[in-house]
Design a protein around this ligand. Sequence first.
Ligand SMILES: Nc1ncnc2c1ncn2[C@@H]1O[C@H](COP(=O)(O)OP(=O)(O)OP(=O)(O)O)[C@@H](O)[C@H]1O
Ligand SMILES: [Mg+2]
Length: 237
Amino acid sequence: MTTDKILEVDNICSYYGQSQIISGISFELFLGSTVMLLGRNGMGKTTLIRSLLNLSPPHKTGLVRFKGVDISNKKSYHISQLGVGFVPQGRRLFPSLTVAEHLEMVYRQDNGDSWSPKKVYELFPEIARRKNNKGTDLSGGEQQMLAIGRTLVTNPDLLLLDEPLEGLAPVVADKVMKMIQTLRSEGLTIFWVEQKAKFITEVADLVYIIEKGKLVYQDSSENFASDKEIKKEFLGV
Ligand SMILES: Nc1ncnc2c1ncn2[C@@H]1O[C@H](COP(=O)(O)OP(=O)(O)OP(=O)(O)O)[C@@H](O)[C@H]1O
Ligand SMILES: [Mg+2]
């Protein structure tokens, strides 16, 4: 983790029609850090991510700067090209494409030590064995690996993950979590949304909590892990 800011978010407000869902969220992400955003059902986690990417709906106001560039009003595909990768909630695979096609379709070579389909198969041997299967024929865990792999081959500098462990059996969730830890240890900046988190000090540097569209808590994962009151008050655990 460094002191270089990769993402600066200032006073985001988001609306579906007349109803305001996000109310003045501001935060910063430092290059190489992993931030876990926690919040219960319906608190606005997905809406916040969609707002950062200008996916509509919602309609948003506020400022977002990525690597120093104002992306507040840029189109989603342009934000992706600049290096923001997004793994959506529910994986969103294409039913008619094979595993290999999912990766080859979006593979974006860059200079340096880039993520290629080959490197994705090394990280996820489970899906390497199923290259020619349709993505939607995979198990939940394998689908999640493919969804993450599909984003990695665009070679993002920042990875946004929306509930990657949702719906996975505990042992599979642990496996996916370990793979995300590998990405973290390679220095990728990760902004990760979950409802609840296990092993948080192992997987994140900082913890944010969102409650009804506002950030109500920001602290180190160590402090969060030892704070039972916070967990009870905002996460119901
Ligand atoms: N397309 C939409 N139109 C209108 N309201 C919406 C829309 N999508 C979400 N909402 C509302 O916005 C609020 C926040 O939803 P959001 O999906 O961001 O929550 P979330 O924290 O991601 O929840 P979950 O953990 O269930 O994924 C909820 O009250 C939801 O009903
Ligand atoms: Mg959501």
